[in-house]
Design a binder for this molecule. Sequence first.
Ligand code: ZN
Length: 250
Amino acid sequence: MVSAVLAAAVAFAVAGPAHADKKSRQKAPTKIVYLTFDDGPNPSNDPRLLKVLAREHVPATFFVLGSLVAADRQRATELWLAGHALGNHTWAHPDLTFLSPQAIHHQFAATQRVIGPGAGACMRPPYGATNSTVVGVAGGLGLKQILWTVDPQDFSHQDATYLTNHISSRVHHKAIVLLHDGGGPRGATTSAVKRLIPLLRARGYEFRTVPACRVPLKGAVTDAAKPKQRKPPEPPEPVPTPTAPAGMAL
Ligand SMILES: [Zn+2]
């Protein structure tokens, strides 16, 4: 690595300013945008959303709930096999800032276990509610916190035109867009995604999975670029009954 950097520096010095000018005229780096979907997997919304993403070859990041993965493991596996990254959105969607460190640990650990080898090394706290305890407990499990930079509030605005305009007017390089595939009907969200893909590509954006979420926590390969080479995750171990407060508020 060091020698490569040195070689590049030497090449630059030898080539001189003319080389630098040529470089500066090269095409600007591609802009990247990360689409993220929370609160799934969802049997009503995911099939159409996955179809749209597959047709356009767009990888996305799904922050899934452990309790829903446990109820429909096949659907979570399908997300992963389709080339998407899976992040940890807790087991039962509590506000983690009200929980003890032990309860926070359980929310993340049980979810990580039920997702299995497809789980990325990332988490998103429900409601974005976080503090140093939440970050610390997640970090102890190897999970990096991922929030967002663009939030069209698709919960409140089930209007594809509104969502499309909101996102396209605020998107930026490395934008993390917060959307939902769970918690209710998401037809407007899916329609907005369908419109946004060509719109943002025309402006030079590429769609990627959130880097931390494509890193497997336990050695499984989650290369989003080669989904066809993937093998289904092994069946997860039985998950203990969650001790978090009941009543999943989405
Ligand atoms: Zn959520």
